[in-house]
Design a protein around this ligand. Structure first.
Ligand code: ZN
Ligand code: ZN
Ligand code: ZN
Ligand code: ZN
Length: 204
């Protein structure tokens, strides 16, 4: 499996496409005298099926592009370098993320993409919600596992709201963020009231 052609900002050169998976070759190998490329994993599969199918006369399969003979495949450093330099889009581009950059930076971006989905902070407590980062704050304070909010969770919660980087939020989201802080305060007050009523701490 290679890299989906749709990830790239501009259609990449056809020479970078792996003929087996029809994606842009990942960890490209030059396999024949013409230096046609295949993904390393696609080449492994090709080699495996070639040997399993009992082609004993020929140790190596033919190049799927030119049918020329292949020998030990070599890493195609040049192809790899070109692929790394191509502009790619964020995986959630179609949902509104306008980020573009080179392939190397994509992994850094994905970690902080405002539209990427993250698991709820209470996933360990049994919540299986998956949300985009700007929705996470509001979910965090209204998460179903918090129906009986133990007081100790409130401090975690406060830390989470604090950790959300306001600079990465759009103007309307920043406004929402203020609201989340309001929710948190309301939740804190409610817990305090209940604690006073019941005269015993809440259990997780
Ligand atoms: Zn491939
Ligand atoms: Zn070839
Ligand atoms: Zn993004
Ligand atoms: Zn949750």
């Amino acid at each position: 499996m290679g890299i989906d052609v749709d990830c790239f900002v501009h259609p990449p050169p056809a020479a970078l496409i792996c003929p087996i998976c029809t994606d842009i070759a990942s960890s490209p190998l030059a396999v024949c005298d013409e230096a046609h490329i295949l993904c390393a994993s696609c080449y492994d599969n090709l080699l495996k099926s070639h040997r399993e199918n009992g082609h004993k006369s020929k140790k190596y399969p033919r190049c799927p592009t030119c049918r020329g003979s292949t020998t030990e495949a070599d890493e195609s450093v040049l192809a790899e370098r070109i692929i790394q330099s191509l502009s790619v889009k964020c995986g959630v581009h179609d949902y509104g993320c306008s980020w573009t950059g080179n392939y190397d930076d994509l992994f850094k971006h994905v970690k902080k993409c405002p539209l990427n989905a993250f698991p709820c902070h209470h996933s360990k407590l049994g919540c299986d919600a998956s949300l985009r980062s700007h929705e996470l704050a509001v979910h965090t304070v209204s998460c179903p596992v918090l129906q009986n909010t133990p007081a100790k969770l409130l401090s975690d919660l406060a830390a989470i709201v604090k950790r959300i980087n306001c600079d990465s939020l759009a103007k309307h989201e920043r406004k929402q963020h203020k609201t989340y802080e309001g929710y948190l305060q309301a939740l804190r007050d409610a817990c305090k009231r209940r604690e006073e009523e019941q005269k015993e701490p809440y259990r997780a």
